[in-house]
Design a protein. Structure first.
Length: 120
């Protein structure tokens, strides 16, 4: 019987789309000016698509991961594949301890190495 290297139980991660993110990204002056010029056009586009009402920005939460459970034994190699927005990067961030899960837990024995590749 092999030892367990990674155990993930009922892992879920909720993310916010739009609105304040809680963390502030420092912007260059150029990025700030470009954003200020583009903002009215983004708002108008959202209003036309029915995604925002008045001057309000879209503000909703989504589950990037929901009830994910799996085990990886020592010596096994695992690949995570899926469509854009499926939660692959979010899972790697949780396993690498970059971000905390909203629910559940990930138990890691040893080191986790991740390789991100964008296929065309």
């Amino acid at each position: 019987m092999s030892a367990i290297a990674i155990r993930v139980e009922d892992l879920s991660k909720q993310d916010r789309i739009g609105g304040p993110q809680g963390r502030f990204k420092y912007k260059t002056i150029r990025e700030s000016l470009t954003g200020a010029v583009q903002a009215p056009f983004r708002r108008a586009g959202k209003m036309l698509r029915g995604e925002a009402y008045g001057a309000a920005e879209m503000n909703e939460t989504i589950w990037a991961l929901k009830d994910v459970s799996f085990e990886v034994k020592q010596g096994e190699v695992v690949g995570i594949i899926g469509r854009n927005g499926a939660g692959k990067t979010t899972l790697l961030k949780v396993l690498s301890r970059i971000t905390e899960p909203t629910e559940g837990y990930a138990e890691i024995h040893g080191r986790v190495g991740s390789l991100l590749e964008a296929a065309s």
